[in-house]
Design a protein around this ligand. Sequence first.
Ligand code: SAM
Length: 385
Amino acid sequence: MEIMDTPWGEVGLDRYPADQREQLRAWDAADAYALAHLAEAGADLGGRVAVVGDRWGALTTALAAAAPAGQELTQISDSYLGQQATRGNLRRNAPDAAVRLLSTRDEPPHAVDVLLIRVPKSLALLEDQLHRIAPALGRDTLVLGAGMVSEIHTSTLRLFERVLGPTRTSLAVRKARLIHCTPAPGRTRGRNPWPLRYALPDGIGVMSGRTVTNHAGVFCADRLDIGTRFLLAHLPRRSGPDRVVDLGCGNGVVGTAAALANPRSTVLFVDESHQAVASARATFEENAGPGAAAEFLVGDALADAPPASADLVLNNPPFHSHRATSDAVARRMFGTARAALRPGGELWVVGNRHLGYHVRLRRLFGACELVASDPKFVLLRAVRD
Ligand SMILES: C[S@@+](CC[C@H](N)C(=O)[O-])C[C@H]1O[C@@H](n2cnc3c(N)ncnc32)[C@H](O)[C@@H]1O
């Protein structure tokens, strides 16, 4: 845990899961800049305050710890890990605060006096979030965006301007920037284009020509990823009542393919993104037959799965993540998958060949086999002993 100085006192913050090897801070200069500005501007934080896109709960925790009388604080987040971090940080710093933790799929608050937006990496997610929260804003709502300079582009500002109202940015401080926006309720803001649906190409087996649904911010929301395509082309042929896991399911294309390839299987779709799990549910419901069985879980890899409960885990791990380094997420996915597999159960992993997943898998499972490869990708299989 590390201490963050806020205008209202110190708070001790952690990420989730806390990784001793990484020691990454749970806040950055953009969070600090936003809080300092609210204090200097004398913003009235005693009303309905909404925080959108808080990474690890630094903004929410600082505001909850300040706790002016009458404050109704709501956090809206797409990330299960971010929500878990927020819960831990609130427990440590503001145990009595009644903060509403909503996901991006929940109905947003109906009215907001102060809106604090931590600009997400995904412009699509920002677009969806601004459209969803816009009806809650009045002419007097204070809207403040915050992000690192590298995260705020002309397109970001244009989006605020188009969906909410007149927008300007601050000077950069410690490589962070603020966005000041004056809501113009009633303006024509155009239609929210999310979720996006597209038809898959031919030549990918059971999913050829089928349609997938993508909520904003989901991995490869407008086209099939080439790694996923490689996995789909080499899916294991199995039959019988398998319990299959689509680990890090994104839009659910892999798990839906597994369900179509083996109609007697039950597929568990897991992702730490609420947007992803909602997309997977829509993709599965549209494509799998009426008798197909599935479960949907927003969670941290397979950390909460019962031991020895899965026959087959299919996984395309993330290799760019703002939440931790690629290696940490893949490690967690492989480790929790091993614990969730029954003896004889299999983990299939697709990845860029340079990522060296075979080394990790061999260390964890004792052995690992190359199922298929091309100049860019490898598909690996590890069996639980
Ligand atoms: C490379 S994408 C693969 C998506 C999909 N399976 C596909 O192939 O199109 C990796 C996915 O892992 C998810 N993810 C990242 N960290 C996670 C975690 N700790 N637990 C569960 N899912 C996670 C991301 O949200 C993302 O959807």
